[in-house]
Design a protein around this ligand. Sequence first.
Ligand SMILES: Nc1ncnc2c1ncn2[C@@H]1O[C@H](COP(=O)(O)OP(=O)(O)OP(=O)(O)O)[C@@H](O)[C@H]1O
Length: 237
Amino acid sequence: MSGADNLLQIAQLRGGYSEVDIIHGIDLAVAPGEIVTIAGTNGAGKSTLVKALLGLLPRVAGTIHLGGRDITALSAEDRFDAGLAYVPQVANVFPSLTVRENLQVVRGVKHLKQRMDEVLADFPALVERLPQPASNLSGGERQQLAFARALMPSPRIMVLDEPTAALAPSLVGKVFDMVQKLPAAGVAVLMVEQRARQALQISQQGYILDQGSCVLQGPAQGLLADERMAQLYLGNH
Ligand SMILES: Nc1ncnc2c1ncn2[C@@H]1O[C@H](COP(=O)(O)OP(=O)(O)OP(=O)(O)O)[C@@H](O)[C@H]1O
C-alpha cells in the first residue's frame, strides 16, 4: 500500500516536553481497517508519541496526516473532529454521570438517539445499565462504556492507551475481542499495549519503540516470530 492510501501517516515525528526531544523522528502508518500495536519498554516514549498524535505535546516537528489531510497544526479538538478518537487508560468515563449521560455528552455526535442505538447494539450489557451512574459499573463494563463513548462520533481511528492495563486478567481477552471488532465497524485502531504479544496477535502491524526511536517495525506475525527480538522487547504476555 502506498503512503497516500494510509489512513494515518506519521512522518519524522519528534518532540518533547521541553527543549529535549523524547521521540526522535518516528515514522508510522495505519491503513484503513488495520489494527496497529505500539509496544516497547517502560519510558520508551509510547505515551509521548500518542500525546504528539493527539495534539497534546507542547513541542513537535514532523508531520501527521489523517485521511490525506495534514493535521499537524490542528488543536486537539479539531483532530477529534477530524475523526481521531482516544480512549485514555484512566479517567475514560465520567463516574458521576449515568451511562446514558456518558454517551449523550460526547461532542460532535449527529443524530444522537439513532447513533446511541447503533453503538449500543454492540454493547448489550450497557443497555440495562443506562440509568445507573457509571461509578456502579465493573471494570470490564466501564471499559465497554469508554469504547462506546469513543465510537459515538463515528471516528475513523481509535487510539487506545493500554486498554487492558487496569483490568483483572480474566477480562483481558474480552477487551481484545472488543478491539478486534472495531475494523468491521469501519474504525482502524492504534493501540499502545504492555501485553505486547497478545496485542500483536490481533494486529496487522507492530512498532517497537526504545529510547524514543522505533527499533523494529513490520507485520505483527513477523515480529512475533522473531524470537530474539520478542525476548528483548515483548515480555511474557
Ligand atoms: N510530562 C512530562 N514531562 C517531562 N518528561 C516526561 C513527561 N512525561 C513523560 N516524560 C518522559 O518522557 C520519557 C518517555 O515517557 P513515556 O511516558 O512516553 O514512555 P512510555 O513508553 O509510555 O512508558 P510506560 O510504558 O512506562 O508508560 C520518559 O523519560 C519520561 O520520563
